[in-house]
Every structure is written in structure tokens, then in C-alpha cells.
Design a protein around this ligand. Structure first.
Ligand code: FAD
Length: 291
């Protein structure tokens, strides 16, 4: 199929892109890597009248340390982030998540910001961003605002972004040294969207007990789900297989997956319990080795 007719703009600066969005807002869509938007347009599930291509705005593509945080420009290709030493050093959980996004050809075009703005509930990067306590920098005609990842996603393919706003940067706070990580998922075939995905961070105290834990699940509800009850059960406890199993069962009860052609809600809950248990074991082993 071919997309519905649209007018194409290729702004050369962020200000120009924002001014076009301000002019055409509700009828316009920003185009990043096009890996989700273009298929939607070809199936005529999205029919923007104006397409604002962000690919000629170099100021939106970068990875740098900024005040102890990792700052990733929205137009950074997923592949660039996956290969980045800064990401490997400061947010290895994000690198694990990136490796699971589709196939290499998709990651060469797909962008970090595009995946987050698209807000697919099964996508890896939103789940990793929530677990990492990331913040998203948003710009629009009313100025710049910073939104915690946990407050950004409103539902499937829905975020707090207004039609005239752009996601411009992803900020990831420094992860305390010695934190172990894991991103595990189940998908039918390599490169498919996950049936369920789990992002886990674990930090151990000097007595070997768990002193930090973050657990976020994708494919488990309308947005990435933070498994708060499972996290609470982990804190202060010695890391054992039994504890990880209990956390998995708690997480499975906290999520609200739906049934679709890929899996039933009940199956997703069972997979979540197993993946949480395994992800906690992997993250804990890394934490024991110093992260
Ligand atoms: P686009 O497709 O260009 O845009 C997506 C949406 O976000 C559009 O609505 C666009 O207007 C909006 N947008 C983009 N950038 C911004 C911005 N800076 N500010 C505001 N709005 C913006 N993804 C996964 O997570 N996991 C997978 O396993 C996976 N498998 C895939 C398999 C295939 C075969 C394909 C084709 C895609 C797959 N994807 C997967 C999707 C891929 O990760 C996309 O790259 C991503 O979802 C969208 O990023 P993009 O840069 O291509 O954005």
C-alpha cells in the first residue's frame, strides 16, 4: 500500500522543526527513523497531512556525559547507542535492551527517541528507561520541560507529548557502582517484539543483602510496569533463589497484561514470573562481581 498524500518538510534546525510543528501540530507527525511511522502510513493507520523529517538536524544526535548523567539526543540511532562506550560504561542495561530491538538493519535507522515517543508497550527501550529512572527532555512552543520516564507513558502508543512538542533528549542518571543489570525477554522469533520483557537492576550492600532493586516489565500492561511490590520484597533481604521466585510471583500479580494473537494474559503472567526470577539471578551475579 501507499501512504495517503502528505506534505514533506526537511527542517535543518530544531527551532525550524518546532516552528513547523507549532504551525501544523495536530495534522503533523515528526519523522525519525521511520521504522514504525512509515509502515503505519503505508497501511494508512496513520495519515499525517504534514511530515516533519528530523533527520537533517544534527544537533539532535549525540551521546555525552552531562553533569554525571548520560545524555542521549533523541535522533541518536539505536545502533550508535548500542555501540557506544559511554552507554556500555554508564548504562549497560540500556545496551542489553538495545540489542533486543528488532534486527540490526532496523536499529541502523531506528532512533532512541523514536522508540520512546512511539510508546509501544512491548518495546525494550521504554522499559529500560523506566528501570533506570531516566528523564525525558521535551521542547515545544511553551518552552522546555523534563518528564520522569515513569510519568511519560500514558497508554499504548500514547505519551504526555503534545502534538507541537518534540522529545529532544533522554537523560539517564549515574547508576551506583556495583549495580548488576539484566534485560531478558521472550519472543517467538529472534527480532520479534517481546511477548514479555524484564529490565532488572540489583545493588548489594556490604552485608551481601539487596540494598537497591528496580524491576520494570514490558508487554505486561498498557505502559511499562514498575513492579513495586516485588522490589519492596527484595530490599534488605539476602539474594536467594527462593526470594527471586517470590519476587517473580509478586511481579506476575502486579502486572495487567492483555490477551492477543501472540499470547494469553495468563501465559504472559507465567512468563513474567520466570523472567523476573532469572533476571534477578543474572543481575545479582553481576552485582557480586562489581557490576
Ligand atoms: P519513527 O517510526 O520515525 O516514529 C515513531 C513515532 O514517534 C511517530 O509517531 C513519530 O511521529 C514519533 N516521534 C519520533 N521521534 C520523535 C521525537 N523526537 N519527538 C516526538 N515524537 C517523535 N521496536 C522495539 O522496541 N522492539 C522490537 O523488537 C522491534 N522490532 C521491530 C521489527 C520490525 C520488522 C520493525 C520494522 C520495527 C521494529 N521495532 C521494534 C520498531 C523500531 O524500534 C522503531 O525504530 C521504533 O519503534 C521507532 O523509532 P523510529 O526512530 O523509527 O521512529
Amino acid at each position: 500500500m501507499k501512504p495517503a498524500p502528505f506534505t514533506y518538510f526537511a527542517p535543518r534546525s530544531l527551532d525550524e522543526a518546532l516552528s513547523l510543528l507549532g504551525q501544523y501540530g495536530p495534522d503533523a507527525k515528526p519523522l525519525a527513523g521511520g521504522q514504525s511511522l512509515v509502515p503505519l502510513m503505508n497501511f494508512r493507520l496513520a495519515k499525517p497531512r504534514y511530515l516533519i523529517d528530523l533527520n537533517r538536524i544534527p544537533e539532535l544526535a549525540y551521546i555525552r556525559r552531562d553533569d554525571g548523567r548520560l545524555a542521549i539526543g533523541a535522533m541518536t540511532r539505536q545502533f550508535e547507542a548500542e555501540r557506544s562506550d559511554e552507554v556500555a560504561r554508564h548504562a549497560p542495561l540500556l545496551r542489553e535492551a538495545l540489542r533486543l530491538v528488532g534486527h540490526p538493519t532496523i536499529r541502523h535507522r531506528g532512533t532512541v527517541g523514536g522508540s520512546i515517543a512511539h510508546a509501544d508497550p512491548a518495546a525494550e527501550l521504554p522499559a529500560a528507561a523506566v528501570a533506570l529512572g531516566a528523564e525525558f527532555v521535551v521542547r515545544g512552543p511553551r518552552g522546555t520541560r523534563t518528564v520522569p520516564a515513569g510519568e511519560f507513558f500514558l497508554g499504548p502508543f500514547s505519551t504526555v507529548l503534545a502534538p507541537d512538542e518534540l522529545l529532544v533528549e533522554v537523560r539517564i542518571p549515574a547508576v551506583p557502582p556495583g549495580t548488576g543489570h539484566a534485560f531478558l525477554e521472550l519472543s517467538r522469533r529472534h527480532g520479534d517484539f517481546a511477548i514479555v520483557g524484564v529490565a532488572a537492576l540489583v545493588g548489594l550492600g556490604p552485608d551481601g543483602r539487596i540494598e537497591r532493586a528496580a524491576l520494570t516489565l514490558g508487554g505486561a500492561g498498557p505502559t511499562p510496569v514498575r513492579a513495586r511490590q516485588a522490589e519492596a520484597a527484595l530490599l534488605g533481604a539476602p539474594p536467594t533463589e527462593d526470594l527471586f521466585r517470590e519476587a517473580g510471583e509478586l511481579a506476575a500479580r502486579e502486572i495487567s497484561p492483555t490477551s492477543d494473537i501472540h499470547a494469553s494474559a495468563d501465559y504472559r503472567r507465567r512468563v513474567a514470573a520466570v523472567l523476573v526470577r532469572r533476571a534477578l539471578a543474572v543481575a545479582t551475579e553481576l552485582a557480586k562481581k562489581g557490576g
